[in-house]
Design a protein around this ligand. Structure first.
Ligand code: SF4
Ligand code: SF4
Length: 188
């Protein structure tokens, strides 16, 4: 038969030597390798106590931003959901009433806004599609969970709180140092 490559080798069922038959040299050889690793610097990172450094432009957990006055910027236009290739975003739009003017920036807002983190591929297309600069990816990591339902993040986990703004300015900077955002963008 014609060979496709010259790498094929003939298999020989040669008899095992005495040391191969008693297995002890192989066992001690394996233990020696294990022992050597005890004295080597470990490459294991004890997450979450310890974290590996990440790039400043790392795309992680999303944030739904508020404006300067603390009102939610999202107007439930749905463009992020349309742009999402993983179909990870769902929302329900609602009309703002007069008493809610201090909560939502425009007449329409998302009463429900959910991202399925198991579907999300952190591509950032939702961020690019948003005309209101309401959604951004941050350098935060999505936490491990025990159930699939816990990975569906609602507004309680996505909207930033007024007294704990999420700084996204680092991720919005090109490696050249130039800002990706227009001059008048509110990013804190
Ligand atoms: S980062 Fe990409 S995959 Fe994740 S929600 Fe946004 S558009 Fe969808
Ligand atoms: S996050 Fe932006 S794109 Fe998505 S619904 Fe809200 S305003 Fe529209």
């Amino acid at each position: 038969m014609e060979k496709l490559t010259n790498r094929s080798q003939l298999v020989v069922n040669k008899k095992m030597t005495f040391s191969e038959r008693i297995y002890l040299p192989a066992i001690f050889g394996g233990m020696w390798i294990t022992l050597k690793h005890f004295f080597k610097k470990s490459n294991t990172v004890s997450y979450p106590e310890e974290e590996r450094p990440r790039s400043e432009v790392y795309r992680g957990l999303h944030v739904l931003k508020r404006d300067d006055e603390g009102k939610e910027r999202c107007t439930a236009c749905g463009l992020c959901a349309v742009a999402c290739p993983a179909e990870a975003i769902t929302m329900v739009a609602a009309e703002r009433i007069k008493a809610e003017e201090h909560l939502y920036r425009e007449e329409k807002y998302a009463s429900i806004y959910e991202i399925n983190m198991l579907r999300c591929i952190f591509c950032g297309l939702c961020e690019e599609a948003c005309p209101k600069e309401a959604i951004f990816l941050t350098d935060r990591i999505v936490a491990s969970e025990f159930s699939r339902d816990a990975f569906i993040y609602g507004k309680d986990k996505l909207v930033e709180t007024i007294d704990n703004r999420i700084d996204i300015s680092k991720r919005q900077v090109f490696s050249t140092g130039e800002s990706m955002q227009p001059q008048n963008t509110i990013i804190n």
